[in-house]
Design a protein around this ligand. Sequence first.
Ligand SMILES: *[C@@H]1O[C@H](CO)[C@@H](O)[C@H](O)[C@H]1NC(C)=O
Ligand SMILES: *[C@@H]1O[C@H](CO)[C@@H](O)[C@H](O)[C@H]1NC(C)=O
Ligand SMILES: *[C@@H]1O[C@H](CO)[C@@H](O)[C@H](O)[C@H]1NC(C)=O
Ligand SMILES: *[C@@H]1O[C@H](CO)[C@@H](O)[C@H](O)[C@H]1NC(C)=O
Ligand SMILES: *[C@@H]1O[C@H](CO)[C@@H](O)[C@H](O)[C@H]1NC(C)=O
Length: 443
Amino acid sequence: MSFGMTGCGFGWAVMLLALWRPATACPELCTCTGLRISCVDAERSIMAFPKLESEADMENVTDIYIANQISFTSINERDLEFYRSLRNLTVINTKLAYIARLAFQSNPKLQYLNLKENNLSKLSWRTFRHLNISYLLLAGNPLQCLCDNMWLKQWRVEEAEELLCVEEGGKRRALATLTLPDCVLPTVTLTPTNVTMKKGLNVTLTCNTSGMPTPNLTWTTCKLNSAFKEEGSGQISRSQLKLTNVSSLDNKCRITCRSDNMVGESEASVELDILFPPVISKLTDAIPDHHWCIPFSVSGNPKPKLRWLLDEQPIQEGKFIHTMIHDYSEGEYHGCLQLDSPTHINNGMYTLLARNQFGEDSKAVSAHFMHEPWNVSEPLYYDDTPLGPPEDKVAVYVVVGIAAITFTGFVLMLVILKFGRNSKFGIKGFVLFHNVPVEVVAR
Ligand SMILES: *[C@@H]1O[C@H](CO)[C@@H](O)[C@H](O)[C@H]1NC(C)=O
Ligand SMILES: *[C@@H]1O[C@H](CO)[C@@H](O)[C@H](O)[C@H]1NC(C)=O
Ligand SMILES: *[C@@H]1O[C@H](CO)[C@@H](O)[C@H](O)[C@H]1NC(C)=O
Ligand SMILES: *[C@@H]1O[C@H](CO)[C@@H](O)[C@H](O)[C@H]1NC(C)=O
Ligand SMILES: *[C@@H]1O[C@H](CO)[C@@H](O)[C@H](O)[C@H]1NC(C)=O
């Protein structure tokens, strides 16, 4: 098409394209209806997993149905990568013999997997590890009576009871009653089971595993701040993780030892409980919120006890002034000394004392509580002598109210006079009113 296309011609082209799309988007030999793709033509078989033209089209497909395809043999690593919404996959009565270990890595919603009447002889549990499969149908495949397939006995495989496997001589037998030598699910023990220790000390975690074939042993940890050294991992039956000079930053860190082989996997883990004295990392001047708040952040294990001093005198906490912990994150407790309607008499030097059985920390801040001049209720706060009869209160409210309204009106007028004509600095409403006529004129 030429670039000199008129707007009208372009419109037609778009319409034609729109009409063409459904026909070209669906792979040849398959039919696509809504969110379902099905390839069932027994006369002409697909050779590879069906794909749509664009990634966006594949994104919402929930159902793929492939049946009676004599040239369909494998599901490869990236065949399903764009079918992120896929729930139902049926591949029946084909020559499917191979499914890549990572074939379903992009299909977290996959639930129903019907693979009956194919040519599968081996299948790994790792292919399905991350999925929440509720149906896995495998009947009618020449599954071999090998350790590789023994995981099927423990897995939630539909009709696992009836699943048959083929022995070397070609004889078929029930997988459910099959036992093989040297084919054992791994077990793991992690010691110690409870790591409660002071910071700065050393600890060695030991992981023992059994299982046949020899499992692969791996450690996973949070991002450790302590120095650590792994002694032995991979295909061995015992590994150690040595932590030296443990850091308080690793408190509550979870350490896991995992062991897997072709039969399955198991794991054990422990959470580090690292004892350390309190550290106050933050204490800042009061901020007005719903209440007034003197914010602080403090760490320590066990959780420190907190006390406050105002100008070196202990503060009695009560209804109007008390410590609040709002959350625990990144190893610290974050909170406020919360004050209800403080006045100038609350100004002063606030000291926070944090203590547990391993030590203590303190920090001080000078806090100022000020009232904005336009705070209507202020006179009532500052005046220690009670007001007279109720009419007096009303009079105060009326006077202050009128003053506030007048003041607001005055400020508004100033704003209008100063910025109203200059649309750049105008209030939103002004920008609109100001600009519309200009645009009309420009056309
Ligand atoms: C896929 O679904 C999402 C959300 O339902 C929708 O916004 C999007 O347009 C759909 N994409 C296609 C190609 O239909
Ligand atoms: C998946 O397919 C099966 C059989 O065709 C059907 O019974 C089931 O309702 C489908 N599930 C979803 C989530 O589409
Ligand atoms: C761990 O051990 C410590 C001290 O030995 C004990 O106080 C704590 O309750 C134990 N924790 C668990 C979860 O067993
Ligand atoms: C053991 O597991 C690790 C981590 O999962 C992996 O990188 C490694 O390839 C595995 N080794 C064997 C022999 O399976
Ligand atoms: C232990 O770690 C702390 C920092 O976390 C460091 O200051 C100290 O020097 C270390 N001690 C030793 C013996 O390495």
